[in-house]
Design a protein around this ligand. Structure first.
Ligand SMILES: Cc1ncc(COP(=O)(O)O)c(C=O)c1O
Length: 482
């Protein structure tokens, strides 16, 4: 079985070849076009082939991987990739992935992965400190922010439905459950509501203020009107960094609105949670201990590669009530309470890779000081872009820069207001094809925005200048037809 079980000397050769690919990739990252210049048909033609019957040498497969996957990918680690909320990954984490796969712990419980479970507990404890979450809370790593939001809302539903939803199902709930978010909430909240039988139509969109943060007076109005109509408010979701704008909802005021009605307060910090490491953002986390649950994504602003999300719960028993289901084949026989601990009692998954390894490795290897400085530089880059845009006569901000996110619009002289949405949409497509800088889109009060998020420790102020120059360059041929 030479391919399945190589000897240590051969493993070292394979590693050296893979390492060459990795180091070469990082070396060329800045000079690569961000997106492949090929379309789906071309890439499919390159990768399509018959089911391999016989293996071939690892080095040959790596060469094909380089020509196919590395050459034909969108490079999220490029310093001018500003689309969505995408992390660049780090070299240390690439090694972390390799080592997690080497150990191949299945971190279902303490019994299955004693060291993995303890490292996860320690790492979750560090994360609670970073984001100022209630120290008595509990948490675990999940695949990403969407899964963290789903898990937290499952706990909220179980705690507040008033019946045992886990056992009896949603049909036992007599009144319609209602959940409140700001208009800037990520779609994973509506998706979670759909999956949990709450219904996406019962996710009430609360108005936002001038900074696109939740308007707490409108929140109170929405809750009162639902109560008057005989519905059952059960949860509020606040943004700690909204996906489109970086808006950070006022946690203290939102918690105060939740308290008289005994509502669950969930905070979606998938994007903004680790901004707590940046001195300029730290104060926003003062009231985080009021949250019942928090969704985080180390695979966003801790710069780690996918897939690594995290959910924290203030009340461990509430989480257990939502997730704990027993079966004879998973019954834990150990007597020591610590050793009976099972992650499946706190989240939807049973088998889980050793996700804590990368977080632990990063925090120990880089440290929170350097991470905080990098996050602070990302925020400073967004602020710098805001200053450049405000000082220009052909760009405008469509929303204030929030954390490291910006929503801008190109507005050259002579183009009518009613043509600007079409022009900026065409600019976005041209920019994404061009490959020097990459933005995604947002809609701010009905206006099409060129939206970017600085989430890369490689990005500099010079990159922000290049971004604006790139937009002007790709816009030039489009202006005449606008
Ligand atoms: C605020 C927010 N919540 C949730 C998510 C979903 O996270 P994931 O893509 O890790 O599922 C995102 C993703 O961008 C986000 O920005």
């Amino acid at each position: 079985m030479p391919h399945l079980d190589p000897d240590p000397a051969r493993i070292r050769e394979m590693g050296a070849a893979a390492l060459d690919l990795m180091a070469g990739y990082y070396e060329q990252l800045r000079s690569r076009p961000i997106s492949p210049r090929a379309g789906a048909a071309e890439i499919r033609a390159l990768v399509e082939e018959p089911l391999p019957q016989d293996g071939c040498p690892f080095e040959d497969v790596l060469r094909q991987l380089d020509e196919r996957a590395f050459a034909m990918s969108r490079h999220n680690g490029h310093p001018r990739f500003f689309g969505y909320v995408a992390s660049p990954g780090t070299a240390a984490a690439a090694f972390g992935d390799m080592l997690a796969s080497t150990l191949n712990s299945n971190v279902t419980s303490w019994r299955s992965a004693p060291a993995g479970a303890e490292i996860e507990h320690v790492t979750i404890g560090w994360i609670k400190q970073i984001v100022n979450f209630d120290p008595a809370g509990i948490g675990l790593f999940v695949s990403g922010g969407s899964m963290a939001n789903l898990s937290a809302l499952a706990a909220a539903r179980s705690a507040k439905a008033g019946v045992n939803v886990s056992a009896q199902g949603m049909q036992a709930v007599s009144r319609t459950l209602r959940l409140y978010v700001s208009q800037e909430a990520h779609f994973s909240i509506a998706k979670a509501a759909a999956l949990l039988g709450i219904g996406s139509a019962n996710v009430v969109q609360v108005k936002t203020d001038a900074n696109l943060c939740m308007d707490v007076e409108d929140l109170a109005r929405c809750i009162d009107s639902d109560l008057a109509a005989g519905r059952q408010p059960f949860c509020i979701v606040a943004n700690a960094g909204a996906v489109s704008t970086g808006a950070f909802d006022p946690l203290r005021e939102v918690a105060a609105a939740a308290q008289p009605y005994n509502l669950w307060l969930h905070v979606d910090g998938a994007y903004g949670g680790f901004a707590a490491l940046a001195p300029s953002a730290r104060a926003r986390f003062e009231h985080m201990p009021l949250a019942d649950s928090l969704a985080l994504d180390p695979h966003k602003w801790l710069y780690l590669p996918v897939d690594c999300g995290c959910v924290l719960y203030r009340d461990a028993a509430a989480a257990r009530a939502a997730f704990s289901i027993s079966a004879e084949y998973i019954r834990v026989l150990n007597q020591a309470p610590d050793e009976t601990f099972a992650f499946w009692d706190y989240g939807p998954e049973l088998s889980r890779r050793f996700r804590a390894l990368n977080v632990w490795l990063l925090l120990k290897h880089v440290g929170t000081r350097a991470l905080g400085e990098a996050i602070e530089r990302n925020i400073a880059c967004a602020r710098y872009l805001e200053r450049l845009v405000t000082a220009s006569n052909d760009f405008e901000m469509l929303a204030p820069a929030g954390l490291s996110t910006f929503c801008i619009r190109y507005r050259p002289a002579g183009v009518r207001e009613d043509r600007l949405n079409t022009l900026n949409e065409a600019i976005l497509q041209a920019l994404q094809r061009d490959g020097s800088s990459y933005l995604s889109n947002a809609c701010i009060k009905g206006r099409f925005a060129l939206r970017g998020c600085v989430l890369n420790y490689r990005t500099t102020e010079r990159d922000m200048e290049i971004l604006l120059a790139d937009i002007r360059r790709v816009a030039r041929p489009l202006i005449d037809s606008a």
